[in-house]
Design a protein around this ligand. Structure first.
Ligand SMILES: [Zn+2]
Length: 338
């Protein structure tokens, strides 16, 4: 009897361990749970999670929806995310078109919910792009699989897509817009929990001190480089380029899943040669295949430029954050543009 109990116990342990491994393999191990005596804040993705955690401090319980190692453009929430968000006091999303699923998600929340949804990029001077370099979005690329008889409609659709205006959602990639976003987070926390106003104010001041330092570093150091043209895989650096005097050329569109046309790749390779561009930038959460192909075609090297849309598992373990990744971005920009 005894040995069979022991065996059963060990079996349970192995099964539990297996379940834990499966959970962490799905990247769900970081998802938090609602805490009763704090302000519960649900955030959609990493930079907002970091800023909300810093300003919220001990007074807030911040839960991030997007798992570690996942990029946000294609992600959509699950049932458990709706349950958690319904019980929270605040729901912070970027807006500016990043999370297309938000309107349906909010409609799906429990009818009793008191959660307040806040668009954190509100007040940032948004960039509208026509994607005039001809980069298609995922939707347009899917049309290639249409039947032959629909060819005409497909052409019309492609023309419409080329003229369509898109809002660039990547506000947080510029420390200048991150300052505005931090202000929105502070205001919302104070409104939801006025009793802890002093704490929110104090931690907000610490955070914006760091953001202002980062802004000064980017401004001073990038003003001094002789070259201003950057070639990136995913069109995520529009705000950074605008705020610090750079010119962004992207292989892919605002969402990193679209395949570029061969002609676009040739034009970019030509630009790289003409402008004496020495590095093509890629990012870690998305395949570097196209950046490597273009770099090979043009005979140049690749470097990381991180849109800080999320951390890789390694970065999370190392304790990387918005500031360490942005400092690394600045170093790589200086290396490429000297
Ligand atoms: Zn992006």
């Amino acid at each position: 009897m005894r040995s069979s109990n022991k065996y059963a116990g060990r079996l349970m342990f192995v099964l539990a361990l297996g379940a834990m491994l499966v959970l962490s393999a799905c990247g769900r191990s970081t998802a938090g749970t609602i805490v009763e005596d704090k302000v519960n804040v649900v955030t959609t993705f990493y930079p907002i999670y970091e800023f909300a955690s810093e300003i919220g401090g001990e007074d807030a319980n911040v839960i991030n929806l997007l798992p570690t190692g996942v990029e946000p453009h294609d992600w959509t929430p699950r049932g458990q995310d709706i349950v958690n968000t319904s019980k929270a006091q605040l729901f912070f999303y970027n807006g500016a078109g990043l999370e297309g699923w938000v309107p349906d998600f909010l409609k799906g929340l429990d009818s009793e919910t008191k959660v307040k949804a806040v668009e954190i990029s509100k007040g940032v001077d948004l960039i509208t792009t026509t994607e005039d370099d001809g980069h298609d979005h995922g939707g347009a690329a899917e049309d290639e699989h249409n039947h032959e008889g629909e060819e005409h409609a497909e052409e019309e659709h492609a023309e419409e897509a080329a003229d369509a205006k898109h809002i660039d959602p990547h506000t947080w990639v510029s420390p200048k817009s991150a300052l505005t976003m931090a202000g929105n987070i502070r205001d919302s926390l104070i409104e939801a929990d006025p009793a802890h106003k002093a704490g929110y104010e104090e931690r907000y001041e610490t955070l914006i001190g760091k953001l202002k330092q980062l802004d000064e570093d980017f401004t001073a150091k990038l003003a001094a480089v002789p070259n201003k043209e950057i070639v990136v895989s995913h069109q995520a650096f529009g705000y950074l380029a605008r705020d610090y005097g750079l010119d962004q050329h992207a292989i892919m569109g605002l969402s990193p899943d679209a395949e570029p046309r061969a002609q676009d790749m040739l034009n970019l390779a030509k630009l790289v040669k003409e402008e004496n561009i020495r590095y093509i930038f890629f990012e870690e959460l998305v395949s570097d295949k196209l950046a490597k192909t273009l770099a090979g075609e043009a005979g140049v090297e690749t470097l990381v430029l991180n849109p800080v849309e999320g951390l890789t598992k390694e970065q999370a373990e190392k304790g990387d954050d918005y500031f360490s990744l942005m400092q690394k971005n600045l170093q790589n920009l200086l290396l490429a543009l000297q």
